[in-house]
Design a binder for this molecule. Structure first.
Ligand SMILES: Nc1ncnc2c1ncn2[C@@H]1O[C@H](COP(=O)(O)OP(=O)(O)OP(=O)(O)O)[C@@H](O)[C@H]1O
Ligand SMILES: [Mg+2]
Length: 370
């Protein structure tokens, strides 16, 4: 390397500066050892060890968490405490086998037909239908889910094919097809049956307008099905509207279950739904009763969720189930595996809470036995 040592002399110290011509930058500095500074080039810089002087006490060490106490795998957000669900609280009346831990819900005296309705979108209607249906089926009861939503989401979560062209609700409503011909068994449980909906059902709202007795089509088909297919629970999953599909469900059902999302605006729309229910009750279906309100997507971290829950309980004190469905990642993940949360993650808080809600519904149904 070309170097251009220059020497400065002053106060008894000698400093030599080497300049690298290509860089135009001091390349190495050699300082007289008497100044006590390391005599190093940039490339080989070798700083002395850091020394803590007595005048700078080191900061107190924070207590380190024991790594063995943390669950393995990626750290989850604090609120995702799905893995630490309490054991299921099953209502009295549920038979639990001591040997196998299997449980059996009490069956109702007559088939209970629950329409799950709320014209507000995305409040958890379909999620509630599929998980309650699966819970009751796992509890030994025979269950039918009728999908009345062209989105066909109930079919997805229950592992049922609902590609366009698959026969189902459309054929029953518009072609007078027998329900039994198109009901299929869900892979979730052999006693869980589904009448699938496809996107073709989107045209049914308009096609039904000109059909005779258009609001009774489902009711007739269902009555015929139930006469030779013993069933304990029927769930009717409605689209987020109060059109002819929802009207058919309200006419066919004996009870209404309203899922209410624990969010702002939760009760808006419920009064409109109540007006429709009263209209149907007076004109088309006398036996229709609002029996069940289920609070969904409850986020225990927010004060808003607690306020909404209190307000709903004040409006519907007898109807609101004690169990609240928490907002849970497992619940929202399950449909992408074609499963309900009960089989996808049986120990999760979401699964446990749907099981508890199903057990409350079954207990209420059994109370009404003559
Ligand atoms: N408890 C819950 N925790 C977390 N996500 C949830 C919960 N319940 C429902 N979801 C998610 O919220 C979304 C809407 O739920 P869902 O489809 O059940 O509502 P919906 O009322 O049937 O909607 P639509 O009105 O469109 O038919 C879905 O993505 C679902 O996975
Ligand atoms: Mg839905």
């Amino acid at each position: 390397m070309n170097s251009d040592p220059s020497t400065e002399v002053g106060a008894g110290l000698v400093t030599e500066v080497e300049v690298a011509p290509t860089l135009g930058w001091p390349h190495a500095v050699h300082v007289d050892e008497r100044i006590g500074w390391p005599n190093v080039s940039r490339e080989t810089i070798d700083w002395p060890q850091r020394v803590t002087t007595p005048s700078m006490p080191s900061a107190p060490q924070a207590a380190q968490p024991d790594p063995r106490l943390r669950p393995p795998g990626p750290r989850r957000a604090h609120f995702d405490d799905d893995e630490f669900a309490p054991p299921p609280a099953l209502e009295p009346g549920t038979d639990v086998s001591r040997e196998t831990g299997e449980f059996r819900f009490p069956s109702p005296a007559e088939p209970r037909i629950l329409v799950v309705a709320n014209q507000k979108g995305g409040v958890g209607k379909t999620t509630t239908v599929v998980n309650l249906a699966a819970a009751l089926a796992l509890g030994g009861l025979s269950v039918l889910v009728v999908d009345l939503d062209p989105q066909g989401n109930a079919g997805t979560a229950l592992g049922i094919d609902h590609a366009a062209g698959t026969p189902g609700t459309y054929e029953v409503l518009l072609s007078n097809a027998a329900m039994a011909d198109h009901v299929v068994e869900s892979p979730e449980a052999s006693n869980l049956k589904v009448l699938p909906a496809t996107i073709d059902l989107a045209g049914a709202e308009i096609a039904l307008v000109s059909v005779v007795a258009r609001e009774n089509r489902l009711s007739r088909a269902l009555t015929a099905y139930l006469s030779d297919h013993p069933t304990d629970y029927v769930f009717l999953d409605c689209p987020p509207s109060l059109g002819l599909l929802t009207l058919n469900a309200l006419v066919a059902a004996s009870e209404i279950l309203i899922p209410i999302q624990c969010e702002y605006y939760a009760l808006e729309g419920v009064s409109q739904l109540m007006r429709t229910i009263n209209l149907v009750k007076g004109e088309l279906n006398d036996r229709l009763r609002l029996t069940t309100v289920l609070l969904t997507m409850y986020d225990a971290r927010t004060r808003l969720a607690a306020q909404v829950a209190d307000e709903v309980r004040a409006h519907f004190p007898a109807e609101t189930l004690p169990t609240v469905i928490p907002r849970s990642v497992r619940i929202s993940e399950a449909p992408s595996y074609g499963q309900t949360v009960l089989t996808y993650h049986p120990d999760s808080a979401g699964s446990v809470s749907y099981l508890a809600a199903a057990s409350e519904i079954a207990a209420r149904g059994a109370e009404e036995k003559p």
